[in-house]
Structures are given as C-alpha cells and as structure tokens.
Write a protein that binds this ligand. Structure first.
Ligand SMILES: [Zn+2]
Length: 235
C-alpha cells in the first residue's frame, strides 16, 4: 500500500467514525412500546446533533407492545415518509421495523422500509427460516437486532453470504462485550459482515446513547465495519 492510499483509507475510516457518533438506528416511539411521540423523538434527535435516526418500532406481536395491523403499519410508514422529507437535510430519518415473528409478514409494506431488524434469529432453525423463507421476499437490508455474539460463531458464513448486518445495541452491552466473545469477534472482523449501532431508546432520554457501541468498535478495530443505511440500497 502506498502512503497516499493509507491516508485515503484512514480518512474514510475517520469519516465513518464521525458518522457513527451521530447515528442511532434503533429507537421506539408510541407507535409501539415507546413512551415518546415520533415528533418529540425527531426533535430531540435534532437537538442532540444526530444526523441519522432510525425508527424501529415493533411489528407483529401483542397489541400493547407492537404495531399489529396493516392499517397501523401503513400510517407509520406514511408519517415517517412525510417527516423524512420535511426534515431533510437537517437529519436523515430512516424507516425501520423490529420483528420477532417470521410468519405472515406483510412484504408489500416491509419493502417500503429502509431496513428490517429481526430479533432472536442468531442461529438454528429461526435463522434458516429467515434466510430461506423471509429474506428472499425482502428487497431491503436485513439486520439482527441486539445480536448475542456468542451465538454468531456458527452463523458467520450465512450472515456474510446473505449480507445480514448485526447490531450493537447499547441497551444490551453484555451481548457484544461478553467475556467469551473475543475469539468470535476476531472471526467476524475478518469477514465482510457489517455492524449497526442503536440505543433501543424507548423515550427521549436515551436517544443517541450509543457511545458504548462506538467505543467497542474503535477498541476492537471494527470501525470500518459500520453499516450505513443509504437511499440507494433498495434492490
Ligand atoms: Zn427494540
């Protein structure tokens, strides 16, 4: 590598680190089990200087906890689409959704999102089901919410091949800072698997509280693995 290329890649990494520090890609609102209204969440994120805000309300479980109807889901997407345009270029608002169900998903609506997060799909039959039945019908990026890294060792080949990103979620730091995780991170670091960062905020107080995940990436040489949502990523 020449000095010039080294500098170029270093500045690319530092730009990614800067962007990561202004990013929170896992936030809930009153559409599901969050306590703050969507507008209040967006206003707080702008006040904090966040540049990329991902709203990821729950879909598909119990009514008190999630968006459960298609009508509600359409409203959620429509309101977020409106806010996205209204607040450009002050802040990038990304439309996400967090799901634990894998059956009966409304793919027409899901394909209007910027990304989908699935939980408890790190391994075994649920990961196989996600990959064989769900992901082929999705044209949007797919990630694993608050991934338990100790379960990812056996799944690394699949995640890399399927371009499934994994989330460092600061509400569950033990899931990525586990004592047993070091060798798994070493394995993951050598692969083309991206990492997203999210606070899992359920009210305006925790929005942007992603510092621990950013530090973790820096400490472990993973900063260049940051997953970035983008306007062009729909297939
Ligand atoms: Zn969540």
């Amino acid at each position: 590598m020449t000095g010039g290329e080294g500098l170029a890649s270093t500045s690319k990494i530092s730009q990614q680190v800067k962007r990561a520090r202004q990013m929170d890609l896992h936030v809930h609102t009153t559409y599901s089990d969050g306590n703050s209204e969507l507008r209040a969440v967006v206003d707080k994120a702008i006040a904090l200087g966040i540049k990329d805000l991902g709203i990821t309300d729950h879909y598909g479980d119990l009514e008190w906890y999630s968006i459960t109807s298609i009508t509600q889901l359409d409203e959620y997407i429509a309101e977020l689409t409106g806010l996205k345009q209204l607040y450009q270029p002050k802040i990038n608002i990304w439309i996400g959704l967090e799901m634990s169900i894998l059956n009966g998903l409304p793919f027409l609506q899901l394909n209007k999102l910027d990304y989908a997060l699935f939980e408890d799909v790190e391994m075994g039959p649920r990961l196989s089901h996600l990959v064989s039945q769900v992901k082929p019908q999705l044209k949007i990026p797919v990630g694993i919410a608050h991934a338990q890294v100790i379960f990812l060792e056996k799944s690394a080949d699949i995640l890399e091949k399927e371009k499934i990103f994994i989330e460092l979620n600061t509400h569950y730091p033990d899931r990525y800072r586990s004592n047993w995780a070091r060798s798994i991170w070493q394995n993951l670091a050598s692969r083309d698997i991206r990492l997203s960062v999210g606070s899992d905020a359920h009210d305006t107080k925790r929005i942007g509280d992603t510092g621990d995940a950013i530090r973790f990436m820096e400490e472990n040489g993973l900063s260049q693995k940051l997953w970035l949502p983008s306007k062009q990523q729909q297939k």
